[in-house]
Design a protein. Structure first.
Length: 528
């Protein structure tokens, strides 16, 4: 393939930085002249009509190369349906932007394969996401001898299609970038792990997803799609920044769109064909919708907590140094410490944040780093327990092995719940023992109560398992201790907003937790 021709195509993409140019071009330079696996043509269906439409505006050598890579082909029906079903089960809950029925009927339905109106880019991205959780025996039917090679195949197709600018729909480009984010098979992401999410966020801001479009009614299908797509960008951005202690691209002051709601999702009655090959997903659809809504709230809250800690930690150290070194002097404390003390009672206001911006000092002592890294575990733990998986994002709590051993979402959650709750328990214990409770914003009361509800020990009792040492019990106890360590004036409102249950039920839960607390020692609930 002529590299200069491909490079000229990349330059036509418009405003693109040098690093982005090199990132995309690297794929073309490294693309093999012959495919790494032998494809069984009987297992692939060439999109003949769509290929003919493309050939009217593309050089013949580019079309032939895309054909050779099977980028213009789809797997046979039963494999195609299995890939899409796995996408729905394991990826959709974390990126719920698709109109499932519309996407399937337009892009994957066997009765509509010859249509020229489709999103080739998004289709390949969905197949890539689904291939990460598809049984290897199924992928071998397509000619791949490993899951990694199957993922690399679809991953390379997405990058190639985007480089050529075949799909100009901005929504499809944003969606594809979200599905590509955090891929383990992309050498270019070793240099810039946030490349794809940064692309998605930039496009989202460019077309105004961060604010409500007056052209569309709030209950229209387009408005709901825009809302789901924006909040998918938001949660992906948050989760990409937490593990590496980076600032998020999307700041809470930069958008003016309502939080994700149940009403923003499409109807629960899906196409009969989808019901056949993804019955478990259809059955649990409403629960997964609620999980997605709760995860957005979780990311908003944790973003505020991390932002608070970033400012509070150096100031807290500065204050401690002042007290320890100047307690015997008659020097009056500088006025700047007044907002510091106020900050210990509530979340910093915009004015306080601006006033204290010049007081940042180097992060020493490791406390901030410890707590921030722990927040990546809390995201992982709680998101897993509410049913939102993050495949390909370096999530340590769920693996392809888990997905292959279990067939239902419920069983996968059951096999990972203990690990997730153990991480959550360790974090809550660190927050309490490191004397950081006073730094948490008021909204944390609602989150802690939500954690109690998610990890309620009642399930452990019903299942007949011993409660002693159970991670769920430890989470329950740690959360209760934090709630009691500070006076939460808005706790009741936060609780009802988070868990959508009467506060009286939570009082009963606390009472049950007190009974379970009897007999536990300090050592039994300490982080392992």
């Amino acid at each position: 393939m002529d590299t200069e021709l491909w490079e000229s195509k990349i330059r036509l993409l418009g405003r693109i930085t040098q690093s982005e140019h090199e990132f995309l071009l690297e794929t073309l330079r490294s693309s093999p002249s012959e495919l790494q696996c032998v494809h069984d043509d009987e297992k692939w269906h060439l999109l003949s009509h769509y290929t003919q439409v493309l050939s009217e505006g593309m050089p013949v050598d580019e079309i032939n190369y895309l054909k050779q890579r099977k980028a213009l082909s789809l797997p046979c029906p039963h494999i195609r349906d299995e890939l899409f079903a796995n996408f729905l089960r394991y990826v959709y809950p974390s990126t719920p932007f698709l109109d499932i029925d519309n996407f399937y009927l337009r892009n994957l339905d066997g009765d509509n394969l010859e249509s020229g109106k489709r999103s080739l880019l998004l289709t390949q991205a969905v197949l890539y996401a689904g291939s990460q959780f598809t049984d290897l025996s199924t992928l071998k039917e397509l000619g791949f001898d490993s899951r990694r090679k199957a993922c690399q195949h679809f991953h390379g197709n997405v990058k190639m299609i985007r480089c050529l600018g075949i799909d100009k729909d901005v929504y499809s480009n944003i969606s594809a970038c979200l599905l590509m984010n955090g891929s383990q098979s992309d050498a270019g992401e070793e240099i810039n792990p946030r490349y794809w999410i940064d692309q998605a966020v930039s496009l989202a801001f460019r077309i105004g997803l961060h604010r409500r479009n007056p052209k569309y009614q709030t209950d229209s299908s387009r408005a709901r799609l825009q809302t789901r797509l924006w909040w998918s960008c938001y949660t992906k951005d948050r989760l990409s920044s937490f593990p590496n202690l980076e600032r998020s691209r999307i700041m809470d002051t930069e958008y003016s769109i309502t939080a994700l709601r149940r009403q923003d999702f499409e109807k629960a009655i899906l196409h009969p064909k989808i019901t056949i090959f993804a019955e478990d997903f259809v059955r649990e659809y409403n629960a997964l919708v609620l999980s997605s809504v709760q995860l957005v709230r979780l990311c908003i809250l944790i973003g505020r907590v991390v932002e608070t800690l970033q400012i509070a930690e150096p100031l807290h150290k500065d204050l401690r140094d002042y007290v320890s070194s100047g307690s015997n002097t008659k020097t009056e404390p500088t006025p700047v410490f007044r907002p510091v003390l106020n900050h210990r009672q509530q979340h910093l206001s915009v004015e306080d944040r601006a006033q204290l911006a010049g007081l940042r000092i180097s992060r020493t002592g490791g406390r901030l780093q410890l707590i921030q890294s722990s927040f990546s575990r809390i995201v992982c733990g709680v998101s897993m327990c509410v049913g939102c998986h993050w495949p390909g994002d370096g999530n340590p709590s769920i693996t392809n092995v888990d997905c292959q051993q279990e067939k239902s979402i419920g069983k996968i959650l059951g096999s990972t719940r203990a690990r997730s709750m153990a991480s959550l328990s360790r974090l809550l214990g660190e927050v309490l023992r490191k004397d950081l409770v006073s730094y948490l914003p008021t909204e944390a009361a609602g989150f802690l109560n939500a954690a109690i509800r998610l990890h309620h020990p009642r399930d452990s009792i019903a299942s007949g398992h011993s409660t002693k040492g159970n991670p769920g019990i430890r989470v329950f106890i740690e959360a209760e201790r934090i709630l009691r360590a500070r006076s939460w004036t808005l706790a009741k409102e936060c609780v009802e907003d988070w868990v959508e249950t009467p506060a009286g039920d939570l009082a009963q839960a606390r009472s049950e937790g007190n009974e379970l607390n009897d007999g536990f020692t300090e050592q039994s609930i300490s982080p392992s």
